[in-house]
Design a protein around this ligand. Structure first.
Ligand code: ARG
Ligand code: ZN
Length: 844
């Protein structure tokens, strides 16, 4: 059933207060609710409807008199007085049978909840929509030693605890946790001098993996005070680590719940990339306290209001405490890999959609990452000071509101005096704009001519010009910057910008810092790319020049044209030798563009990509790299050794990253000798896993794999790596068989999302393996999606995006993928989640 933004109506009843009592039992939990409703003066309807799913109603009353509500699709209706009244109900639910991991469920013997977006209706009857906000009092009765809910602790005793959250919140921010847990304790003093207790709860045995997360939390709290002036607002802030969790984490008020993979960290078990991700997610969930919780969304069409803004804030945070340039490059790599892929396929949708069937299908790269890019562009357009002034107004005007994206844009308009009418199109037009550029030099005047065009997307054929901030700098032939970064504001379909007073034709550096989420199309020579890689002052575009050159080489190899390989290898060697460059930057510049990136670019240019040809081009180029860089490798590799004790900081991580990029190259020459040596002496997971990856690529990984398993058998998060690595590094013709073999492993617990994703996420990512010519990858993947759907529809629907690129490939592959998609679609009792996704993929 499709829901439309245009159909929004205010809730018929508002809530003054909520009291919940939970009597916990694995298969028969009782939930008692006492809710004070008042008719909403701003609503036309007087109909009393409460959402409810999979609830067993035991009793209900209004103002103390028993009532018999009418069961209706998705909930119940009831006659109610035309005045404030108290609704009381008792329901029974079965957390143990809840494999969807939505609502109240059990994970390894502990109770936990996930209510966003619409999980609360599986806990009790309630107006489960974000524009209904209320303060909650919660009493939990149960045998577990630790009983947690949102807000501040009120009282507790043997077998019970009471919590009070004074801040009105929508039901999706409700949380409850009960189990045998241990806390890492700490505290934070806020800017106004308030002491906040901090607790990071884990299962016994995981205490040693909590230090980093706690530090990240304190850093986030401080940063939000310093940069946005936002102070925490309860006496306590808690995080709980849970092994079975659909997403990364959840920002429940005062009680964040995290996937263990998004919070637990130690040097022996976590890579630098894990540490970085954990830090960002902890920040993200904490920042939601203001952007999401204090100011929430009116309805789920406004999802990017909180997610786009909060992603932007966590990106700013990471950039501030790590290397800004490196973070920006990584963010753009992720944006292109996930959001551009989405935006240029059948699942393309607006940052503010007009309709959806299942909101869980819209927790996407477009809502999150493109949404963050829109905020970044707004900041670029209005400038630093005006941005923070607008944010102050946003927080003061909308605190306590369930707000809209329109509210957000209006705050910017009012506080800056700018007209953002055209900018609003970014929220309403799906698709990635193509920005074509050519240039011209005459009589000392250099002119850049831009043309923008956004291709059609499902249900959106016509696109209007976007308001695009284009950051541009100019370099003279000596490599000196003669025009520092300027923001050009493009608003028309075609627009030129002239720069006067140049004695020689300058070289442009366009879209610096990736100032807009567009695809820049510009004819450029290998010389110009190498020149920018060597001289650009903008680190993003410096990296971009190297990446573009690598792509030119790979694509020419694939299409059989003259590849500028020599120019690329010389440029890379020069870049590597530059000791002034951050090792992390050099690692990124050495890293080849992803195979999916090459496939996207080929398809964009109407060339049907061949996954095996792309894979082979990668292999060939890496071999050529190895031969070309040979002399450089020993010295540089040695320089990247870290002698100090492991710290997950940016500096050490950068050295390890470059060391491992070099090891990949070295492995081409020594068939794994250096990698084996590194594996044997590695004392941290970054190096251990990096070395293992190289060994697997060299098909020399058996001994290391066996050792890895023995060392980490009991550690689920590390075993996820063990599963994923084997599929990720399998040869194209072996990846599907490998994945299948692993599904028969005694440690393959397919109902655990992390483990399922370890195997099948890795298969999706192994492009040549997944798209292997016989189609066995497709068939295996479809089998497992069909199997998972009745157990966990949300993960199934999300993972079905493995098929989203089907129209990109050749006719045989298209036909095979289509067959699998249709087979999934025809499955009896398929969830509406998966139905929606597969339908959109097939028809989009
Ligand atoms: N709000 C959470 C976050 O971004 C994610 C929740 C996802 N929930 C879902 N049903 N998809 O931090
Ligand atoms: Zn979020």
């Amino acid at each position: 059933q499709k829901i439309f933004l245009a159909d929004y109506t205010p809730p018929a009843y508002l809530i003054e207060s909520v009291e919940l009592t939970f009597k916990l039992a694995p298969t028969t939990t009782r939930v008692m609710s006492k809710i004070r409703f008042t008719p909403n003066p701003n609503a036309a309807s007087k109909e009393f409807f409460l959402h409810g799913e999979q609830l067993n109603l035991i009793s209900a009353s209004i103002d103390g008199s028993t009532v018999t509500p009418e069961p209706v699709e998705g909930g119940l209706k009831c006659d109610v007085p035309n005045a404030p009244f108290t609704w009381e109900a008792e329901v029974e639910i079965n957390p143990e049978a809840n494999t969807a991991l939505e609502g109240l469920y059990m994970s390894g013997g502990m109770y936990c909840t996930q209510c966003e977006a619409e999980g609360f209706r599986r806990i009790t009857y309630y107006p489960d929509r974000p524009d209904v906000m209320a303060p909650f009092k919660v009493r939990i009765e149960g045998n577990d030693p630790v009983l947690l809910s949102n807000g501040n602790p009120v009282a507790s005793g043997e077998g019970w605890a009471e919590w009070h959250d004074p801040w009105p919140k929508p039901a999706y921010l409700f949380a409850l946790v009960a189990g045998d847990l241990i806390a890492r304790d700490d505290s934070f003093t806020t800017m106004s001098g308030k002491e906040v207790a901090l607790k990071l709860w884990v299962r016994p045995g995981d205490e040693g993996k909590t230090a980093f997360g706690m530090q990240a939390l304190k850093d986030s709290m401080k940063w939000d005070e310093e940069v946005y002036g936002r102070e925490y607002d309860l006496d306590i802030f808690q995080i709980v680590a849970v092994s079975d969790f659909n997403m990364g984490a959840m920002e429940n008020k005062g009680l964040n719940i995290f996937n263990t993979s998004a919070v637990l960290a130690s040097p022996e078990t976590s890579t630098d990339a894990n540490f970085e991700r954990i830090e960002a997610i902890i920040a993200h969930e904490y920042f939601h306290n203001w952007t999401g919780n204090r100011i929430t969304c009116r309805d789920w069409f406004q999802l990017s209001l909180k997610e786009g803004l909060t992603v932007f804030r966590d990106q700013q945070f990471s950039g501030d405490i790590r290397s800004e340039a490196v973070c920006r490059i990584n963010d753009v790599i992720a944006l292109r890999g996930r959001q551009f892929r989405e935006d240029n396929g059948p699942l393309a949708h607006q940052v503010q959609p007009d309709s959806f069937v299942e909101i869980n299908n819209f927790y996407t790269a477009t809502i999150y990452e493109k949404g963050a890019e829109l905020i970044r562009m707004m900041k670029t357009l209005v400038g630093h000071d005006a941005y923070y002034k607008a944010l102050d107004l946003y927080f003061s005007r909308h605190d306590g509101d369930a707000a809209t994206i329109e509210d957000w844009v209006r705050v910017f308009e009012e506080s800056t005096g700018r007209d953002l009418t055209q900018f609003r199109r970014w929220y309403k037009q799906a698709g990635t704009p193509r920005l074509k550029v050519d240039d011209d030099f005459k009589d000392g005047t250099y002119t850049l001519r831009f043309k923008q065009e956004t291709p059609p997307t499902p249900e959106q054929d016509e696109k209007l010009p976007q308001h695009i901030p284009i950051a541009v700098g100019l370099l003279n032939p000596n490599g000196d910057e003669v025009l520092p970064t300027q923001i050009l504001e493009m608003t028309d379909a075609e627009q030129s910008f002239a720069f006067e007073g140049h004695s020689a034709k300058p070289t442009p550096s366009i879209l610096r810092h990736f100032s807009a989420p567009v695809i820049l199309e510009r004819e450029s020579s290998a010389e110009e790319r190498a020149f920018l890689l060597a001289h650009d002052t903008d680190p993003f575009n410096k990296w971009e020049a190297g990446r573009a050159l690598a792509k030119d080489v790979l694509i020419a190899m694939i299409t059989g044209e003259d590849a500028p390989t020599a120019a690329y290898l010389d440029a890379v060697a020069a870049m590597l030798r530059d000791d002034n460059l951050d090792p992390a930057f050099r690692a990124l510049a050495l890293h080849l563009p992803a195979q999916d990136d090459i496939a996207q670019t080929l398809a964009d240019g109407s060339v049907t990509p061949d996954p095996l040809a792309i894979y082979n081009a990668h292999q060939t180029l890496r071999q050529q790299m190895a031969e070309h860089l040979q002399d450089l490798l020993p010295r540089l590799s040695a320089e990247m050794d870290v002698s100090e004790p492991f710290e997950p900081n940016a500096e050490q991580a950068g050295k390890r990253a470059l060391g491992l990029e070099l090891l990949k190259v070295t492995t081409r020459l020594d068939s794994g000798a250096a990698a084996q040596a590194l594996y044997d002496r590695a004392d941290n997971m970054t190096l251990r896993m990096g070395a293992l990856g190289c060994l697997l690529e060299a098909r020399k990984g058996d001994a290391a794999l066996a050792d890895f398993r023995t060392r980490f058998e009991g550690d689920a998060l590390v075993m996820d790596k063990w599963f994923a690595m084997q599929v990720a590094h399998a040869a194209p013709e072996q990846a599907a068989d490998m994945a299948e073999r692993l599904t028969n492993d005694s440690d393959f617990n397919w109902k655990n999302p992390n483990r399922f994703r370890a195997v099948f996420g890795a298969l999706m990512m192994n492009q040549a393996g997944f798209h292997e010519a016989t189609g066995k990858g497709y068939a295996l993947f479809a089998d497992w999606l069909i199997k998972l759907d009745p157990v966990n529809a949300q993960i199934t629907a999300r993972m079905s995006t493995g098929f989203e690129t089907w129209k990109r490939w050749d006719a045989d592959r298209q036909a095979m993928m289509k067959t699998q998609l249709e087979r999934i679609a025809a499955t009896r009792d398929l969830s509406s989640d998966t139905q929606e996704m597969v339908g959109r993929i097939l028809n989009g």
